[in-house]
Write a protein that binds this ligand. Structure first.
Ligand code: SF4
Length: 181
């Protein structure tokens, strides 16, 4: 592999509780190649701000950051090793052919506040420090506030909405807390 890795966490999958999420740390910063991988695959979600790159494969999502990778919707640890090998092979191929690939620096649209609103408690309780749930949704959309600040969302009552929202934000390239399900 082109990077060494260490499995840091194995967690229940946010999107499917029968599957797992695996968080690994890596010792190689691949972020300069994210636009090249996007140009090569002609797909993927590139977020330069973090920076991060997300790929979907066989119904799974791989989120690649500067120093870690999160693999989502896996059956077991063995699958994680196979997927890490796939990611390594993909980047190796892209790095080898970099001069012949047109990088794609385009960014996907951020999630819309109204979409985020669908999953919030809508009580306007102000615990998050905002006047309303909508004001909070706008800040989450702009990545000015972390979703963790909505404490009611992380209670049992809102478990279903929470899982759906974290999944939605993750798919949209927003950094989500890895430990909450
Ligand atoms: S803490 Fe959550 S429920 Fe309360 S206002 Fe903020 S977003 Fe709405």
């Amino acid at each position: 592999m082109i990077f060494n890795f260490q499995i840091e966490k194995i967690l229940p999958c946010l999107a499917d509780s029968t599957k797992i999420r695996v968080v690994v740390s890596i010792d190689k910063d691949l972020s300069e190649y994210f636009p090249y991988v996007k140009g090569y695959l002609k797909k993927g979600l590139y977020v330069p701000k973090h920076p991060s790159f997300s790929i979907k494969k066989d119904g799974k999502t791989f989120n690649i950051y500067k120093d870690s990778i999160t693999l989502i919707k896996l059956v077991d640890e063995k699958e994680a090793l196979r997927d890490l090998q796939y990611i390594s092979d993909l980047f190796e191929e892209v790095i080898k052919n970099k001069d012949n690939i047109t990088p794609d620096y385009s960014q996907n649209k951020p999630p819309q506040p109204l979409e985020i609103m669908k999953y919030l408690p809508k009580t306007n309780c102000k615990i998050c420090g905002e006047e309303s749930c909508f004001a909070f949704a706008v800040k989450v959309s702009n990545e000015e506030k972390n979703i963790l600040l909505c404490q009611p969302l992380f209670t049992e009552e809102y478990k279903e909405k929470r899982i759906a929202l974290l999944n939605f934000l993750n798919e949209a390239g927003i950094d989500i807390p890895a430990d909450f399900a």
